[in-house]
Design a protein around this ligand. Structure first.
Ligand code: TMO
Length: 316
């Protein structure tokens, strides 16, 4: 640790020999491995936490991971800390890793989240019922492309975000085809090009995100999920199917951790447990990259300056 190293250097300068055991406060130099995923706020905020830990003298490494497979790997200690686990897309993988792989639920952020189909507001001019899934479905043809006609196209997320919307479309017998993009940037390119031409579009989006500061739009309401939606076919609008529901409207956002952190890096673990983001703080992180054009790491540096009070609250 930097603090201990400095103390040690001072002691050496004073010519005093210090038995190694007197440095008990020193924690491991082994890298703390922070997980990175493929959306912007996660990238920025993972660097924020990493930089704060580096400032405390820790060695930090970053490891890219699939948003579903990461939790079991964190439980095993292949990676150590995840700053953004989203209920809408990761609840099952997260809870399975807690139950089966020893992964630690490292606490819930103040932020409330939603991951759902989303339309620009101008869509309501040609499809007035589109805020509700049934109303949207009634206008499905407006959203058709050459690839999907006569079905409408739902521009879906990268497959590794864990949501198979083809299953939901089938369960709700909707006249849509879910076409997944390969990366988040393609979602925003599809939105921007439709928006510029006021063309009907429905795509996957989430909040907090930068989108709300740049585009006027809203989520499409689906039946709110309950455990029975996935277990009991008779639940929900289709009496013969499970999965006939949407994502939670006020979903949780959690942190995930390797169980060995507390013993190996107690000070770092204390900080990680206090890390707590609000909706506005997460949206700001995404906006610095997706609107202002900073690199994720530069955005993290700026976020740290802008939120100095938040960071000092993690250290107390
Ligand atoms: C996992 N995500 C926030 C992109 O929906």
């Amino acid at each position: 640790m930097l603090k201990s190293t400095m103390k040690f250097a001072t002691v050496l300068a004073m010519g005093v020999a210090l038995p190694f055991s007197a440095m008990a406060a020193a924690e491991s130099d082994d890298p703390i491995i922070i997980v990175q995923n493929n959306w912007t706020s996660q990238l920025v905020l993972s660097y924020v936490v990493g930089k704060v830990l580096e400032g405390e003298g820790y060695t930090v490494e970053y490891a890219p991971s699939d948003s579903q497979l990461q939790f079991a790997a964190i439980g095993r200690g292949d990676m150590h800390f995840q700053v953004e686990a989203w209920e809408g897309s990761m609840k099952k993988a997260f809870e399975d890793a807690v139950a089966n792989d020893g992964m630690i639920d490292a606490g819930t952020h103040d932020a409330l989240t939603r991951e759902e189909w989303w339309i620009p507001d101008y869509v309501l001019e040609t499809c007035p019922g589109a805020e509700e899934w049934k109303g949207l479905d009634a206008c499905a043809e407006q959203f058709a492309t050459a690839e999907t006609a006569p079905k409408g196209r739902f521009v879906g997320p990268p497959a590794d975000w864990g949501k198979n919307y083809a299953d939901r479309v089938k369960a709700l017998e909707m006249n849509f085809a879910a076409i997944n993009v390969g990366q988040a940037a393609t979602l925003w390119a599809e939105l921007q090009s439709a928006y510029d031409q006021k063309k009907p579009v429905v795509l996957f989006n989430w909040t907090p995100n930068f989108i709300e500061s740049k585009f006027k739009g809203r989520f499409v309401n689906f039946p709110e999920p309950e455990p029975a939606c996935f277990e009991d076919a008779s639940w929900g609008p289709n009496p013969n199917a499970t999965g006939d529901c949407g994502a939670p409207h006020g979903g949780w956002l959690k942190k995930a951790a390797w169980p060995g952190l507390a013993d190996k890096y107690p000070n770092a673990w204390g900080i990680m447990q206090k890390v707590n983001f609000s909706n506005a703080q997460i949206a700001a992180a995404a906006l610095m990259v997706d609107v202002d054009g900073l690199e994720a790491e530069e955005a993290a540096d700026k976020w740290i300056v802008d939120n100095a009070d938040v960071i000092s609250s993690w250290k107390n």
